[in-house]
Design a protein around this ligand. Sequence first.
Ligand SMILES: [Zn+2]
Length: 293
Amino acid sequence: MPELPEVEITARLLDRELAGRRVASALAPGINALKTFDPPLSALEGRRIAAVRRRGKNLIVDFDQDGPPLALLIHLMSAGRLQLFDKFAGPRDRTSRLLVRIEPETAQDGTLELRLREFGSKQAAWVKLLDASELEQDEALAKLGPEAWPDPGSAKELAELLDAPRPLHALLRDQRTIAGIGRSWVDEILWEARLSPYKRGSDLDVQEAERLREAIVSVLGGAIEHYERTISLPIPDKLPMPLRIHRHEGEPCPRCGEELRAVHFEDYVIAYCPTDQTEGRVLKDRRLSRLLK
Ligand SMILES: [Zn+2]
């Protein structure tokens, strides 16, 4: 599940390689992940890539002003990857959703193909080719809250942002409230801040908001630094997420040694340390209670 750190490292690595390069051709094979039809993908032919960047969990490819202003907006959803290969995808590759072939700059340049791939049975990842002037108004970007990283604002600003009678775990994952955090990193952030996943946003005091602000910056920033050291192009299918709490239930807490616990929901799991986060209370695990009925 790519979240802010995974999308950020993807944008950085692709930008370093692709900024300034020209598109030879673009197509969306098989199941059509392309959600727009005007302008057509062929409008990208011959266009120079200006930058690859991130907004929330979205990837944006900007094109140079050497033609009509265009931008590709991409969402990886839960199982997508945007990767750069030095071979073209084979005709039987069923994971490809978008293929952008890059023109060689010099005679020595080899083949280069930017590929949106998706793993698993769900087809959810999507692409939009937009007029650049319409990018910010697109529904995927228009309703996004402020970026969680590098600066989620002061403790006071963050407390105001989260001032709602909803659990922190839900608020922090709500992209309209704050952009970039999902099911994996929220557990790491709340553990780092020693806050209960069920504490209401409106109940945060100033000190807690400050701890949360520091945790958001250090956890997400630390993950990006980790990826800078460990990930390179083409960008691996499976990202080595440096998680310590999420998916670690049953293991000792890295801080206090207490057993990490979890609450299971249909499509996600909350992991936490009872000693550090819930005053020693073990939260009711709905999955277990349902199984026991
Ligand atoms: Zn602990």
